[in-house]
Design a protein around this ligand. Structure first.
Ligand SMILES: NC(=O)C1=CN([C@@H]2O[C@H](COP(=O)(O)OP(=O)(O)OC[C@H]3O[C@@H](n4cnc5c(N)ncnc54)[C@H](OP(=O)(O)O)[C@@H]3O)[C@@H](O)[C@H]2O)C=CC1
Ligand SMILES: O=C(O)CCC(=O)C(=O)O
Ligand SMILES: [Mg+2]
Length: 418
């Protein structure tokens, strides 16, 4: 395909996807990346450097990644023109090349453009946001036993109040919707209908079940003991409550889970190992206290979009913070890897922040591609750099005797420890 501004490298090949969604990865795949706003200029080059070094060390000249820059966010407005935040050809390229990685993108609060991160997930139907949360030995943590936190969050990525279907207070649309709700739906609980913004929370059976299916499959493939559906279904009965019901239904109908002691918890035998997998649920507020007090009771988490956003940062804090919290957005044939954190604007361009989140997102990307040797080297490098107490400011300020490194120096330390 011919692109307007994207320069397609001539020395690489395209990853293709089979009908069963497995990948054909050439030895020199072209991988699109978005640099990102704010600290994107710091963490993205650090990530590229570490990935190239890991691939080189693992495979020598036989394999390499051929990076292709695509644009979204502030950089897109410079390349394409003042109002072009997400060029159509960026979406086309991410679709065409199937595997990509992105830095964080800024979303203004209260007005202005809607989230480009959410838009990417919606446009490419990247319905599962997968965020593993694990502790690396030596990482400073506010909890006494951080090694007990070992979870993978499966966050529904396309629905919920997070989809941004909402209208500003006193706009004609908000007034029209409030009028409709009161006059035609018998709603009496809108406390103040003047000066009242209003939002919509879509949660569907299909959207829930495709996410829960991925979560249970992950537990099966990785021989994990439980999948917990996290919801606020006591209050939002037909959205979050339905998420819970549809989750159990899927576990039963698709995976043969049976009620445990009369339900609602279910259990199934892992078809690969014969071990039990418990399918359980917990109400979101109780979950947030239990992950601090008894984190070892949780393994795979399946939850709605907004809960998943909050839970991601809360859990990341237990194992060292969002400087080291990776993630993937995966749909049918496209996967885009990204850190859990945002653009941290106060640190932008200072070569200061921890690039660990994006580097570990790239580690997930390499594993997704089947390049496990390179992925393992990244884990070894990150673990080694931390154990040597050569770390960025976020860890250094909590670690006695640590050596403070810049963002780029931490990337070098990771490479040195591979
Ligand atoms: N997927 C995405 O692209 C995301 C984008 N965003 C967007 O990012 C912007 C800023 O959001 P904000 O709420 O400030 O959240 P951020 O995640 O950008 O930053 C919050 C705080 O987290 C810490 N932090 C973040 N990244 C790192 C890192 N790499 N290394 C070390 N510490 C880090 C810093 O803490 P400290 O001050 O303690 O040093 C920082 O002040 C918003 O526009 C938001 O919409 C937010 C989340 C995800
Ligand atoms: O899109 C944004 O600006 C924020 C997204 C976010 O916080 C997340 O996905 O974790
Ligand atoms: Mg978030």
């Amino acid at each position: 395909m011919g692109y307007q501004k994207i320069k397609v490298p001539t020395d690489g090949d395209k990853i293709t996807v089979n009908s069963d969604l497995s990948l054909n990865v050439p030895n020199h795949p072209i991988i699109p990346f978005i640099e990102g706003d704010g600290i994107g200029v710091d963490v993205t080059p650090a990530m590229l450097k570490v990935v190239d070094a890991a691939v080189d060390k693992a495979y020598g000249a036989k394999r390499s990644i051929v990076w292709m820059e695509v644009y979204t966010g502030e950089k897109a407005t410079k390349v394409y023109g003042p109002d072009v935040w997400m060029p159509e050809e960026t979406l086309e390229a991410l679709q065409e090349y199937s595997v990509g990685i992105k830095g964080p993108l800024t979303t203004p609060v209260g007005g202005g453009i809607r989230s480009l991160n959410v838009a990417l997930r919606q446009e490419l139907d990247l319905y599962a946001c997968i965020r593993p949360v694990r502790w690396f030995k030596g990482v400073p943590s506010p909890v006494t036993c951080p090694e007990k936190t070992d979870m993978v969050i499966f966050r529904e990525n396309s629905e919920d109040i997070y989809a941004g279907i909402e209208w500003q207070a006193d706009s004609p649309e908000a007034q029209k919707l409030i009028h409709f709700l009161k006059e035609e739906m018998g709603v009496t609980k809108i406390r103040f209908d003047e000066g009242c913004g209003i939002g919509i929370k879509p949660v569907s059976k299909e959207g829930t079940q495709r996410l829960v299916r991925k979560a249970i499959q992950h537990a099966i493939d990785n021989d994990l003991p439980s999948v917990t559906l996290v919801h606020k279904g006591n209050i939002m009965k037909y959205t979050e409550g339905a998420f819970k019901e549809w989750g159990y239904e899927l576990a039963h109908e698709r995976f043969g889970a049976e009620p445990l002691d009369g339900g609602p918890w279910h259990t199934l035998k892992n078809p690969k190992t014969g071990n039990d997998i418990i399918i359980k649920d917990v109400i979101a507020d109780a979950f947030l206290q239990q992950i601090l007090m008894r984190p070892d009771e949780y393994s795979v988490i399946a939850t709605l979009n907004l809960n998943g956003d909050y839970i991601s940062d809360a859990l990341a804090a237990e194992v060292g913070g969002i400087g080291i919290a990776p993630g993937a957005n995966i749909g049918g044939s496209v996967a885009i890897f990204e850190a859990t954190h945002g653009t941290a604007p106060k640190y932008a361009g200072q070569d200061k922040v921890n690039p660990g989140s994006l580097i570990l997102s790239a580690e997930m990307m390499l594993r997704h591609m089947g390049w496990t040797e390179a992925a393992d080297l990244i884990l070894k490098g990150v673990g080694g750099a931390i154990e040597a107490k050569t770390v960025t400011y976020d860890f250094e300020r909590l670690m006695p005797d640590a050596t403070l490194l810049k963002c780029s120096e931490f990337a070098e330390a990771i490479v040195d420890n591979m």
